[in-house]
Design a protein around this ligand. Sequence first.
Ligand code: SAM
Length: 287
Amino acid sequence: MSAPAARGPFVAGERVLLVDPKDRRYLVRLQPGGRFQTHAGILDHDDLIGAAPGATAVAARPGGAGEGRRFLAFRPTLADLVLKMPRGAQVIYPKDLGAILLGADLFPGARVLEAGVGSGALSMAALRAGCRVIGYELRPDFAARARANVAALLGDDADYRVEERDVYAGIDERRLDRVLLDLPEPWRVVPHAEDALAPGGILLAYLPTINQTAELRGALATSRFALAETIEVLQRSWHVEGRSVRPDHRMVAHTGFLTTARLLAGGFLAHGSDPGATGPGGEPGGM
Ligand SMILES: C[S@@+](CC[C@H](N)C(=O)[O-])C[C@H]1O[C@@H](n2cnc3c(N)ncnc32)[C@H](O)[C@@H]1O
């Protein structure tokens, strides 16, 4: 499978996001001769193939009874895909994925160990940021689902390998840049992450409850990790229509807590080194 195009007109085989006037969203894979049917009408895929993203498609009412509902057709964003893609396990929501990108400082080429991978939402965000991701996942069905979701977004040649195994039993990789955890007992991974991460590397864990978060923070406090931080991301959307401008009545009040920490290097810098010395970056002590 090759990665879908990011630009240009819609092509057969790619997924399109259709949005109706009530903001209901549908993810549809375009097939020559295919039809998208709703109670509000039928859309021919052939009308969309070759159209520009952002086009308006008008559904035909069944039985040739004139125009049906209008749909806006867009190429789905990563957030659209995460919310609409097939999932086995609960995915991490887009608002938290955004915070993880910066909280874990995911960068192109970073060597990342992720466990468990679940449906692959976090894998997709990390890979799209340019990371090289190795996943550990207990359940073969979830591992297969994550591989399929990643291939649908990035093609078969994404830098992604998922191993079906228990991360609590250990991590084989060394000199990793990041360890990302979304599983029930991340404190059991802390000793393995100490061995697997390069000095200065970042561990990030996503947890749904504060009890679990407290247990993780306890394990981090007695480890070689420092700069531990826990945050929660609250996102409130607004209703903006004419003079009615106010927060929406409903919001996703809680998803999870994000905890990050950085691995210390062993030992201390020798006395006698000049703390005012500037390195190649012009910063005290070097880059
Ligand atoms: C909530 S899901 C992860 C969802 C994922 N972050 C996403 O965004 O799609 C948690 C996953 O952790 C896996 N898991 C639980 N314990 C594990 C372990 N010890 N080693 C590896 N995977 C584990 C579960 O099978 C499940 O798929």
